[in-house]
Each structure stands twice: as C-alpha cells, then as structure tokens.
Design a protein around this ligand. Sequence first.
Ligand code: PMP
Length: 440
Amino acid sequence: MTSAQYSNNLDAFWMPFTANRQFKQNPRMLVAAKDMHYTSADGRQILDGTAGLWCVNAGHGRPKIIEAVSKQVAELDYAPAFQMGHPKAFELAARLAAMMPSPLDHVFFTNSGSESVDTALKIALAYHRAKGNGTKYRLLGRERGYHGVGFGGISVGGISGNRKTFGTMLTGVDHIRHTHDLSHNAFTRGQPEYGVEFADDLEKVIALHDASNIAALIVEPVACSTGVLVPPKGYLKRLREICDKHDILLIFDEVITGFGRLGTPFAVDYFDVIPDLVTTAKGLTSGVVPMGAVFASSKIYEAFMNAPENTIELFHGYTYSAHPVACAAALATLDVYEEEGLLTRVSEIAQYWEDGLHSLKGLPHVIDIRNLGLIGAIELEPIPGAPTKRAFQAFLKAYESNLMVRTTGDIIALSPPLIIEKSHIDQIFDTLSGVLKQID
Ligand code: PMP
C-alpha cells in the first residue's frame, strides 16, 4: 500500500474526544499551519481561533522553535529520565522556577496536562505522609472542573461524561460547586462581582469530612474546557485562606491559563494568589512537542528532601520526563515569548478582544458572553431535547467560513494564539456574527 492509500483509510485511527462515525463521513483535515492560520486539505486558510487546543500560544511554525527542535534531535535525541540528567532539563527547570513567584521554586516534568494533574495529586498525597499526616488522603475538586483524562484527573474532575462509563475511579474524592451563575452574572465583562460565597462550599465539605482527612483541593483558576467559567472577584483568594486554615494544599491547574493567556505569565500572577502546586502543559512548548510541568512550593519539596539519604524521595516519573527534545522546544518557546513580550501582550489587546466579543450580544440564541484575558465564550440557548446541537452547527459553519472555534456543550469557546492582531479579532467576530445569524 502507498502512503496515500493508507491515509485514505479513515477506519483504523480511533480519534480522541471525537464523534468518529460523524467525522469520517465529513472529515476536516488540516495539512499545514503558519502563524495564525491552518491550511485545510481543500486549500483554505483557516483562522485559528483556539490556538489549536488552547496550546499554540506563540502561533504556528515559529522558525526559532523549529530550529531548536531539529538541532536537539540531532545532538541528543534521548537521555534516560531516571538517575541520569542532561543540561537542558536543569536549565529549563531553573528558568521556569524564576518565572513563577516564590515559593513555587521546583519543577517536575511530565508529557501532558493529564500527567501533570496526576503528578500533582500524587505529590499532594505523598507530601502529607512525609509530614506524618497520612490520614490526609481525600482529594477535592470542583463541579465542571476539567483536569485531563487520567484516573486521578477524571476523579477530581466534575464532568459527568468523563466519569460515567469508567467505574469507581479514585475513592475519597468530593467536589465543591462550580461558580457559574447566569441568573446573576450573564454578560459580565471580566470577573463577576457576584459569587465569592461559592468558596464557602469548601468550608462545608471540610466540615463534612474533617480537615484531618483532606489532602488537597484542585481548581482551574478559570475553568476553560467546560465553557470558560470566570471566577468571581475574591473567590480564589478565599479558597486560599480556607485551605491555609485547614492545612489543605491548593493546586491550580494552569494547563490553559499558564504562559500568557490572561496577560500575565501565569494565573497565579493575574489573581495574586499563590497555590502550593501548579500544573501546566500546552503553552509550555506552544504545542510543538508534548510536555507538561508541575511547579511545587519549597515547603513541599523540602518535605521530600528530608527523607533518608540515598533513597528515591518520590516514586514517580515518566520515561519521557524532561525529554531533551521537549526541553529544547520549551526553551525556544520561552525565548520567543520573552523576545516578543507575548506573556504580557494580552493585557494590551484584552479590551479590544472584550469589546469585539461582547458586540455579539443580542444575536439569535445568545444567552451569555464572558471573557478574561484572551479567552472568550458565547453560550447559546440549547435546542430543546437536542443539547449541544446548536453550538456544533456553529462550529461547522464557522469552519466552512474559515474560522476554527471550539464548542463544549452549547458554548462556543475562543482562545487564539497570543500573536493575534486586531484585524484577526475583527475577522473572528465578523465571522461569528454571520454564523450566529445562520444557525437554527
Ligand atoms: N487540565 C486542564 C485545565 C486542561 O484544560 C487540560 C486540557 N484541555 C488538561 C488538564 C489535560 O491536558 P492534556 O490533554 O494535555 O492531557
């Protein structure tokens, strides 16, 4: 068989998070990408309204990253991740630690957001043991939280679809409520005024289980994958205070918000709240090579380093942790971010973005619009009895109109590359305005 014959066979590839049968009847194939655009197999330039899957923060096909990856493959293609090191891993960790506020000074490498989440949860559990608090084994998450697809992530995650067919998952997990409240906060620009009280749910759950049994709470600072749920003002600070009071670790899942999405390097900076662990991935390499990283506070790291000499302090790691090619991609990505000021660039265009997005208010079916940094969401009234159908129609029509968006439920989500120009922003909202007028 020739490679063309193989690639025309759509049957073998079981696609992730995709309606396979529907896709294979009408495949949407991408064959190239540069800067803000994909090229489709039928030769169209598709404006990337989602930075791939919220990851291509530096835009596509950046020469500096391509060059660094090519050079690294030729120089040191792989080095064992356990009991061996290579300089770029240490350089990258030190550089990342310098970007994060203290005391988040230590970095553990993974290959994806899901792995970062599982790593952070495991570190949290092992930390309390190391401190002699082995009864602190419960993990808390939040409704409508998305923390990837490992068993840890789906257990603390709060999406029924991700949980219902996979058995019992982790035991000892509980959830606090999400903060989405259309009755008070519809069409809010930026952070809602209403809803700091949602944080008090945490006190209720702690009262139920007792703090002596709870290891950690994980939240996305902005819950993106379930439709851009922007935290109310003061909410994250209150979670931090409650966690402190009860010796519960706070984990921020910054797989999406990390690396400039909010106009600051991390959401930690944007909200001025410092958690104990931070999970990242995606923008770390601008999506070029899979990689994730977990930041741990020195309090956590030191607790492990008190173990007896010559013992492995944390029994955890991946064959590809700190893979040399991923490290090279990440270092070059950080160079691009730094040289072009991309990690703070969003603060300059956020107002233009917000104004463009909210200009869609009043169009058919639109029941909410929300935004923070370079993230946006348009929530549509579901078709009765056919949830998700309306937004999926919008996704298809947008794609036909050369714009890539994401949909989750009946929500259209946007998160373009951070190199976006005003003309692209205009194109996104002009296209969406046309799309929203066309759908049933
Ligand atoms: N956490 C969050 C907050 C995410 O948004 C995602 C991916 N969208 C993940 C974890 C999982 O990342 P990955 O798909 O790389 O495993």
